[in-house]
Ligand binder design. Structure first.
Ligand code: ADP
Ligand code: MG
Length: 357
């Protein structure tokens, strides 16, 4: 009996010791979490054919990043041209025959895409799919097509034949050989959705980058504006030619350096002219658009890149709350009036110029 109670006391002491040990370790881990966290908290992933960088300048849990990546995954599943069961693939497969009911998200992006197609008089055109597929720039099958192939393909492009039914949320492509491609606008939409989500989590300071499409959310933790580097279109990624200071803005750049095919010393980049069927050829090397909404920045950067400096500058000046930085192949930089005091050149190979009236 005595032996037995000794055993019980021994077990009790062990249990108490384990509890104390557990308590002290969990206490110390609590203490650890109160120590300063290195900011930003950053995570990288790959969606929509590009590298996604999320940097949050506040303590946040891993769930936030998981939710962000889920948002990207869901947009990609709806809007990708390369997935067999995306809504865009369904619309394309039913071209010339049936209207397709889509999610409000896809309907919205197509609607905005059609708006920019019309605003740019068709140099931007989201029905450019057949031509993008023909060149396939950025893939290992990229090639320079024959003139006959180009002539046959550009006939298929016309955003006016994208028929949208707002009340049914349905989309129909008028002709059987049409194909939508939201590649020029979907990343901007995705950036806006991520920002909306972060706001819903009361996060107020973050930088997100979707393959160079940047959203600088809120301000820096010290309340100063963000300083965003504008990519030098002639050098490798990462080197910038200037800096723009912004608060809560999207900064989207389209340029000749993003994706290209090189054949016999000629570089063919990935923004195509729907009228000639060839890569856009003008004085521009890149255009950056500064705006509140990234879908607008993305739509406009590709549109204005296709337009050239004078016309593009004129267009951007008419748009409230939107600014642009134009970089030409001659290293000239032109900016719109709204950012004269926020933009600074950091590489003296470039010169700020003003447009002759
Ligand atoms: P990135 O995708 O490199 O950020 P953009 O936003 O400028 O660059 O979009 C380029 C993509 O848009 C191309 O890869 C192609 O899918 C599509 N595209 C190419 N030319 C046009 C055009 N004229 N109008 C609309 N979309 C285009
Ligand atoms: Mg774009």
């Amino acid at each position: 009996m005595i032996k037995h109670s000794k055993k019980i006391i021994f077990l009790l002491i062990i249990t108490v010791l384990i509890v104390i040990l557990k308590f002290t370790t969990s206490d110390s881990s609590q203490k650890q979490s109160k120590e300063p966290i290195n900011l930003p908290i950053s995570k990288t992933a790959f969606f929509m054919g590009t590298v996604i960088d999320i940097n949050i300048y506040e303590p946040v849990s891993d769930d936030v990043f998981e939710d962000v990546f889920e948002i990207l995954n869901s947009i990609e599943n709806k809007m990708s041209l390369n997935l067999n069961d995306s809504e865009i693939t369904k619309i394309n497969a039913n071209s010339g025959s049936a209207e397709v009911k889509v999610s409000p998200e896809t309907f919205y992006v197509i609607n905005r895409g059609k708006y920019y197609s019309s605003l740019s008089n068709g140099v931007f055109d989201i029905s450019i799919g057949p031509l993008v597929k023909l060149w396939d720039i950025g893939s290992e099958n990229a090639r320079v097509p024959s003139q006959t192939e180009i002539d046959n393909t550009i006939k298929k492009i016309n955003y006016k034949n994208i028929l949208l039914d707002e009340s049914n949320q349905s989309v129909k492509l008028k002709n059987y050989d049409m194909m939508l491609d939201l590649g020029a606008i979907a990343k901007g939409y995705a950036a806006d959705e991520i920002i909306k989500y972060l706001e819903s989590k009361n996060i107020s300071s973050a930088i997100i980058s979707l393959g160079g499409n940047i959203y600088a959310m809120g301000v820096k933790p010290n309340s100063n504006p963000w300083k965003i580097g504008i990519q030098n279109p002639f050098s490798d990624r990462g080197e910038h030619l200037g800096i723009i200071q912004v608060k809560n803005k999207s900064v989207v750049t389209s340029g000749i350096y993003e994706r290209y095919l090189e054949k016999e010393g000629i570089r063919y980049h990935h923004i195509l002219n729907p009228f000639t069927g060839y890569p856009v050829e003008n004085s521009l090397a890149s255009v950056s658009i500064i705006s509140d909404k990234s879908i607008d920045g993305d739509g406009l950067s590709t549109s204005v890149f296709s337009m050239d400096v004078e016309e593009g500058h004129k267009l951007i000046e008419t748009l409230e709350g939107v600014d642009a930085i134009f970089v030409t192949k001659n290293n000239e930089i032109f900016i719109t009036s709204g950012i004269e005091s926020n933009f600074r050149i950091t590489d003296d190979n470039f010169k700020l110029e003003t447009l002759k009236k």
